[in-house]
Write a protein that binds this ligand. Structure first.
Ligand code: ASP
Length: 311
């Protein structure tokens, strides 16, 4: 584990109080990209607010943290602005091939990789967690999804003109790591339980079959009642090599590190693996943390202390 504890180039922000209900979300980190505009940022912020509203309302009603993160994720999956669900990034063959993961602080976890027909991939991840004895399903087909009661749709539903343009540009100009829009949520409920969820279309122009960090527990998504709930976004290969989400939890749990220092150090390790991006962290006890080493991260949080949304 690298010894770095303080990294000036990692942006760190804090959310909420030491205890009590809290919802923190992200919708991708990276560079702003050439299609950035005030209108697109305003749309992203509106969608982030709607996601916070959906998840936080449940926390206020006393619902478990996993219900809140799934509700927030579903709103963002349905928003074509973000790279998950409808509007997912497209593979080199023009397909939306999506990954999602849900993990709770009791160590239970469910994930899917390469799903093409689950209307809300997070629902498929939750079904794996709650209805099977397994952790990760690759390419579950429509029949499998329907047997779990997950709503399905045609693969075309996910494909938007914006993402087709991004794919055409990536194939014409060479890959460029722009703002991505993978989505994630971490929450602490009224009983003090925490959960993490992440959902993505991966990387524009990725080879068919490529899987990033998002559905891999401990890489892009992790939750542990002794430490923290973590959701990551950025260059998945680097987050996998750094086992970034688990690294944050272990730095807190075994290293006694402050959660913000733990996040910054894990992002340093991601950088050492030639990656950039960000993460959101809610410790079992302590303030939420939003950290990134890329140009930007779409992000927001809500607690009894207030709300913040930034893109
Ligand atoms: N981490 C995601 C992946 O590598 C992409 C992203 O967060 O933008 O699949």
């Amino acid at each position: 584990m690298p010894q770095t504890t303080s990294t000036p180039h990692v942006v760190r922000e804090f959310a909420g109080s030491e205890d009590g209900i809290l919802l923190v979300i992200h919708a991708g980190a990276g560079n702003r990209g050439k299609h950035d505009s005030p209108e697109r940022r305003a749309q992203a912020e509106q969608d982030l607010r709607r996601a916070l509203e959906a998840g936080y309302t449940l926390l206020e009603q006393g619902a478990p943290a996993q219900d809140a993160v799934c509700a927030a994720i579903r709103v963002m999956e349905d928003a074509p602005e973000f790279n998950a669900g409808r509007g997912a990034a497209l593979t080199s063959t023009g397909l939306a091939q999506m990954d999602a993961c849900l993990m709770t602080d009791d160590g239970e976890v469910g994930a899917v990789a390469g799903v093409t027909t689950a209307r809300n991939p997070i629902d498929a991840a939750r079904a794996v967690k709650e209805q099977t004895k397994h952790v990760l399903f690759a390419v579950p087909d429509t029949a499998q999804l329907e047997s779990w009661g997950v709503a399905t749709c045609e693969p075309d539903y996910f494909i938007t003109p914006d993402r087709q343009r991004s794919l055409a540009e990536a194939q014409a100009d060479g890959d460029e790591w722009e703002k991505h829009g993978t989505i994630g949520a971490v929450a602490r409920d009224a009983e003090g339980h925490i959960a993490a969820a992440t959902s993505t279309g991966g990387i524009t122009n990725q080879l068919p079959g490529r899987v990033g960090d998002t559905p891999l527990p401990g890489c892009g998504t992790y939750a542990n009642g002794e430490s923290a709930a973590v959701s990551c976004t950025g260059i998945g290969e680097a987050f996998i090599k750094a086992t970034a989400a688990r690294q944050v939890a272990d730095r807190i749990n075994y290293g006694g590190q402050d959660p913000a220092d733990a996040a910054a150090a894990a992002l340093d390790d991601v950088a050492a693996h030639h990656g950039e991006g960000g993460m959101i962290v809610i410790p079992a006890h302590g303030r939420g943390v939003l950290a990134f080493n890329s140009e930007m991260m779409n992000r927001g949080w809500r607690s009894p202390d207030g709300e913040s949304v930034q893109s």
